[in-house]
Design a binder for this molecule. Sequence first.
Ligand SMILES: Cc1ncc(COP(=O)(O)O)c(C=O)c1O
Length: 434
Amino acid sequence: MTEGHSILAMSAFDASNAGDLGQDMQDLVARRLRVFGAGSPLFYRTPIHMQRAEGVWMYDQAGTRYLDCYNNVPSVGHCHPHVVAAIARQAATLNTHTRYIDEGVLNYAEQLLATFPPDFGKIAFTCTGSESSDLALRIARLATGGTGFVVTETAYHGNTSAVSEISPSYGADVPIGLHVRTVKPPDARAPGGDPGENFAASVEAAIADLRRHGVRFAGLMLDSVFSSDGVFAEPAGMLAPASAVVRQAGGVFIADEVQPGFGRTGEAMWGFMRHGITPDLVVLGKPMGNGFPIGAVVARPEIFEVFSRGAGYFNTFGGNPVAAAAGLAVLEVLRRESLIENARKVGAHFREGLRTLAARHSAIADVRGVGLYIGVELHGGAGRARAVVEAMRARHVLLGTAGSRGNVLKLRPPLCFTRAHADMVLQALDDVVQ
Ligand SMILES: Cc1ncc(COP(=O)(O)O)c(C=O)c1O
């Protein structure tokens, strides 16, 4: 794994600093290195040995609590009691592979599909976002007869062999596929015209370049908040022109909702809905089970039909009864606790506070995002962002970095984050951003 801006290297522990750690931590790090090798990164200059978590708080071995401002997996809150109870109940009743009828799984599939536009009809369950991305690529290829894909320049869509070829954020050591073209994310600050139209023009140029090299276009795959690209979520509606270009070229639009999905944008259940578009395929993962591994591909029926006829799909664990119980409980909590509304309100308060900080600290170049997906771009490159992440960790606040230059702080807390939590982060940032 190369240092630098590879997504795996961001905020990563550097084993050459192991000598600075206490003996217990040195031993644990050495054990980890022995079994996993150096390719499995840990966060922070001094890694954290976590013990338990609850809501927005994580606790280490010594009982020190950390405010989690980074984690979109426990999206409705760490160890949410409703989700934990649903998992425990189902695990004590039945868990099996997916070749039997199970009403819990059916109920969940129906309720999840009901959150999509009416012409979305079919779902296949997986265990991870990477599996979902991989399946979406397969379906797109079969449905279009093409093999070429367009993604953004710092995209991350997962870890399978096929998906790593469309995930340039791995950095220079992991090759981008010869059938893949990259485009810059839409940036509202870029000079010259409308960001959505400019983005559509670069997608069109990428498709033309594929054609020129004899590669038939299959699809455009996007994370609509462009998280690993450095968070470019605004303006809503900006992806409509690119969607039209994709359809015109005979490809499919694949919305990767692993980051913006399940209400994080505070404006809609699904990120693509903010743009007034209906994709052909949707990739789901992380927040879906609040920590229990479950993912899915949701598709327009006619596209899924081509795949069902051509290949079909079986995944031993994908959408098993326990996973479905976790997924259903997440939907219930999202509704009961009005978490989408909360993401909208707390996110707006958070960004406003960050903009006030930006007016005082010249190190902050830009504050952007939507709902509880926020990017704070810093002047001074990855080194400064990394220093802020470390300094925040020292103040017991967890956050990450993103962007092609690694200079964007990524704030992405569980959706039960409150204004008071946001204020704690603002206070700490005020102290550390210089
Ligand atoms: C946008 C996006 N897609 C897909 C994935 C892959 O998900 P997983 O790690 O669950 O396989 C990720 C993971 O970070 C992601 O951020």
